[in-house]
Design a binder for this molecule. Structure first.
Ligand SMILES: NC(=O)C1=CN([C@@H]2O[C@H](COP(=O)(O)OP(=O)(O)OC[C@H]3O[C@@H](n4cnc5c(N)ncnc54)[C@H](OP(=O)(O)O)[C@@H]3O)[C@@H](O)[C@H]2O)[C@@H](O)CC1
Ligand SMILES: [K+]
Length: 583
């Protein structure tokens, strides 16, 4: 599990360390300087964001734990020095954008290291204040200092274009809201210049976070200079893994500066969770902490319902799928395929006969008949219900209303049973009449979430959801009671427990039918863990994040760097699950 700590949590973690005299800033600055040296040594030929070129999401990687000498990631850095000196560091130029706080302090101390390694380094102070010791260290190392007030923004653009690397040290976790002037204007102009310059723009490294992103919510309230790499200290921050801000961070490198990671060692209530290798990560957080998590393969392997020798098809979980109409039969094939290939005991399909026949042609394992199920998949390929009569739905809405009654516990004469988990997708999202339990998982994309929220009285459109996904996913969870999974290049899941932000899929995954397959995979997970899901109301979100990870990895396998068709995602699921379980 990768955990991103809110700015409050970071503060609480650093306070006792600073009080104990731990040299956090020295560690941060040293690691930052090493990252810059590696970047410069690799040279421009290293290219930009290779992960994104291949359609893959940018990586978050760990920068290594403290070495025996107390410096971060020393062994790895030594390797990089001896192995990766394709370019020349001596004489290379760095431009530092320096704000008034400790983020600027990190940047100035790192600048001093760079000067001592023979680089020509200029610091632009964007504020009338600057970190005093950092500034003194930078000056005494021989760095050049200018103030924004003196040289003005166009000169900064020229300096940037003449540099090999730009460090964005304007603000870090102490910032609130959009960047204010003059830093805001500077960053806006630099971001425009970067856009225009394309490959001529120097490598940009963000210090702790790209300045101007919402540290805790991943929003982008104003101008931000997109980074090729973010070197972040102590812990990931939510804005580095949440959309849309995460797309501005480039590759994220986490540097261990010595944060405690074992329960009880920091004196704040609740446990502390680690992210650095060798410091074990545990599960579960206090939802009020603002922490956001990213599930990894080992976490999914722990959750996956693997059959025991005593299991049979009914104990392993039966998924009931109500999807597709004669106009949209494909969704039924895709959702049932996703469900079957994720490994349930059985999949039942309910729908018009003609669609059932097509489902059977694609997946003869499916039982096209009613009966007991342990989880529902409701709505893929079914039109929504609105004030006017919609297109003919072949009775699917009626079937979905019946299943929803079982999920919400509002039972009718012909629907009986206990608590029932469900995936509620597409058209079924328009059929919600009652407050839902957490084991109902809504799976909208941004447009569908906006419509759902409008129906609940919120003034929001698709663009607003895309601008603040975390906020709106949380709002939808609170308003409906359900666990909410917002599909996107980075998928956000919120329920009664932790929030998850998953970036597992190549960009090719946004294709028709891909969401139907996801609904099927999640249906199988909910059916396989049906009894647990209705006991532990935080489990649905974890299973939803797990389904997103498996779906994303299956898409990556199906894509192999190129386009993909949704059914191929389903076909890749068994091999992905085998890999996860065997790892
Ligand atoms: N965690 C760790 O392990 C370590 C953390 N460390 C580092 O400390 C950083 C946090 O430092 P920090 O607390 O000094 O705050 P920081 O982010 O520099 O900015 C505060 C200044 O910005 C200003 N400002 C605020 N909002 C603004 C806006 N919208 N637009 C413009 N300006 C705005 C605000 O001004 P004011 O509101 O006071 O006028 C204030 O002066 C952290 O990110 C990391 O880099 C390392 O050194 C050690 C290891
Ligand atoms: K920054």
């Amino acid at each position: 599990m990768k955990d991103a700590w809110s700015s409050d949590e970071v503060r609480k973690a650093e306070e006792p360390l600073i009080a104990a005299g731990e040299p956090l800033m020295a560690r941060a600055a040293y690691a930052l300087a090493q990252a810059v040296l590696r970047e410069v040594a690799a040279g421009p030929a290293a290219g930009r964001a290779p992960d994104r070129r291949a359609g893959r999401p940018a990586a978050v990687r760990l920068g290594g734990s403290l070495g025996s000498d107390g410096l971060p990631g020393t062994a790895r850095i030594r390797r990089a020095r001896t192995a990766g000196t394709r370019g020349e560091v001596r004489g290379a130029r760095a431009l530092l954008l320096v704000g008034p706080g400790n983020n600027g302090g990190d940047t100035l101390f790192a600048g001093a290291h760079l000067v001592r390694r023979g680089m020509s380094v200029t610091a632009v102070l964007a504020s009338t204040r600057a970190h005093e010791e950092g500034l003194a260290a930078f000056r005494s190392a021989g760095g050049k200092v200018v103030t924004l007030a003196d040289i003005r923004v166009p000169s900064v653009v020229q300096s940037a274009l003449a540099s090999d690397v730009v460090l964005d040290g304007l603000v870090g976790v102490g910032a609130r809201g959009a960047l204010r002037p003059p830093a805001g204007g500077l960053v806006r102009t630099l971001a425009e210049a970067r856009e225009k310059a394309g490959e001529r723009w120097p490598r940009t490294i963000a210090v702790d976070i790209p300045s101007g992103i919402g540290v805790d919510d991943g929003a982008v309230p104003g101008p931000v200079l997109p980074a090729d790499r973010t070197v972040t200290f102590g812990a990931l921050k939510p804005g580095l893994i949440l959309p849309p801000a995460a797309h501005l961070a480039g590759e994220v490198e986490l540097v261990d500066v010595g944060f405690p990671t074992v329960a009880g060692t920091t004196g704040w209530s609740g446990a502390v969770w680690g992210v650095a290798p060798g410091r074990h990560a545990m599960s579960g957080t206090d939802p009020a902490s603002g922490r956001v998590r990213r599930m990894e393969p080992a976490d999914v392997a722990e959750l996956w319902p693997v059959p025991s020798p005593h299991d049979h098809k009914y104990t392993r979980g039966v998924v009931g799928v109500i999807a597709g109409t004669s106009t949209y039969p494909g969704a039924a094939v895709l959702a049932t395929s996703g469900a079957v290939l994720a490994g349930p005991g059985m999949v039942r399909y309910l729908g018009p006969e003609a669609v059932g026949t097509r489902v059977l042609l694609a997946r003869p394992e499916v039982v096209v008949a009613g009966g007991r199920v342990q989880a529902w998949v409701l709505g893929p390929g079914v039109p929504g219900v609105g004030p006017e009569d919609g297109p003919d739905d072949d009775g699917q809405a009626r079937r979905i209303f019946g299943a929803l009654a079982a999920v919400t516990g509002v039972l009718s004469e012909d629907v009986t049973g206990g608590k029932m988990p469900a995936v509620i997708d597409a058209g079924a999202l328009t059929m919600l009449e009652h407050r839902l339990p957490a084991w109902a998982v809504l799976t909208p994309h941004a447009g569908e979430l906006a419509e759902l929220l409008q129906g609940l009285g919120h003034d929001v459109d698709r663009a607003a959801v895309e601008a603040q996904p975390l906020h709106w996913v949380r709002t939808a969870h609170q308003a409906t009671g359900a666990t909410v999974l917002l599909k996107g290049a980075i998928t956000v899941v919120a329920g009664p427990g932790d929030v998850y932000a998953q970036a597992d899929a190549p960009t090719w995954t946004g294709t028709a039918g891909s969401g139907d397959v996801l609904a099927g995979i999640l249906g199988t997970l909910l059916a396989g863990r049906s009894a647990d899901v209705v006991q532990d109301e935080t489990l649905a979100a974890r299973l939803a994040a797990a389904a997103v990870l498996v779906h994303g990895r299956a898409a990556a396998r199906a894509s192999a760097g190129g386009p993909l068709a949704a059914l191929e995602i389903a076909r890749a699921v068994p091999a992905v699950v085998a890999d996860l379980l065997g790892a």
